[in-house]
Design a protein around this ligand. Structure first.
Ligand code: ATP
Length: 248
């Protein structure tokens, strides 16, 4: 039991959720490693939503609301950490939710689908076909879902699949705490924030957004600038920490 007054309570709760989900084989062992990398970057970013990440989240809300067919792609880590938040995001934006895994087994697809449904998500069902230009099972997706989407949000994604989706002409939004990852660098819109904070913020912005505001945000998107701001925040945090150390 994690004590509620622990200064890093929220982060430890997330770690515990990932560990439990790994025991249940919802999260792949490789996903435990990915989570650790995310935690490290969250530390560097100050475990908070930066101003530029919030702008990215608002812009993501605008893209999801403006889409012809928006899809939220959910993997094991995303389901384990944010099933309930995905349900709220789906209600606020009308997006489809497709389970899409890097380490794909039928057993994991079914377990993740059940976890999402138990939390109120309507999960897209259908036969996965090899529709993405990638080797191995990463090519699989549902024709009426990711394949047909014009806007797709792929949290905690692999760089190759992100690139393939961009090459297919989709607007690809990612949530990734590492601004240097291939995914972060390849996506059209990169939210450098922790998954649960990011999804909650996208949902609350989607509930408030009007068409004019949405159009303006889409028009003004500058992903290079967003990535640069994220790296700048990390550098400032490190430099503050160094100053504190040398003053001590
Ligand atoms: P790439 O192929 O894009 O370079 P990668 O190999 O660095 O990716 P993966 O393990 O495929 O990384 O993807 C996980 C990414 O998600 C990592 O960059 C990690 O920092 C990030 N991440 C992990 N957990 C979270 C989280 N809770 N919130 C936001 N980002 C996270």
């Amino acid at each position: 039991m994690i004590p509620k007054d622990h200064p890093r309570y929220a982060s430890l709760v997330r770690r515990e959720k990932i560990a439990e989900a790994a025991w249940e084989r919802i999260v792949a062992m490789e996903g435990v490693g990915s989570h650790g990398r995310g935690e490290a970057f969250d530390y560097l970013i100050g475990e908070k939503t930066t101003e530029s990440a919030y702008l990215a989240e608002k812009t993501a809300a605008a893209f999801l609301l403006n889409a012809g067919c928006a899809v939220i792609s959910v993997n094991g880590n995303t389901a384990a950490l944010a099933a309930e938040l995905i349900a709220d995001l789906q209600t606020a934006t009308g997006a489809l939710v497709e389970v899409n895994l890097f380490h794909r087994t039928e057993e994991r697809i079914q377990k993740i689908t059940k976890l999402l449904e138990d939390n109120g998500v309507v999960v897209l069902k259908g036969d996965a076909e090899r529709l993405l230009p990638l080797s191995h099972d990463r090519a699989l997706c549902i024709r009426e879902g990711i394949y047909s989407s014009d806007v797709v949000i792929v949290p905690l994604e692999d760089g190759d699949r992100c690139q393939a989706l961009v090459n297919m002409g989709k607007t690809v939004i990612t949530i990734d705490l590492n601004p240097l990852s291939r995914t972060a660098q390849t996506a059209d819109l990169t939210i450098v924030d922790e998954l649960t904070r990011a999804i909650a913020n996208i949902t609350s912005e989607a509930k408030l957004m009007d068409k004019n505001q949405g159009n303006k945000l889409i028009k003004n998107l500058d992903n290079k600038k967003l990535l640069k701001s994220a790296i700048q925040s990390i550098m400032e945090n490190l430099s503050d920490a160094m100053d504190r150390k040398t003053q001590a």
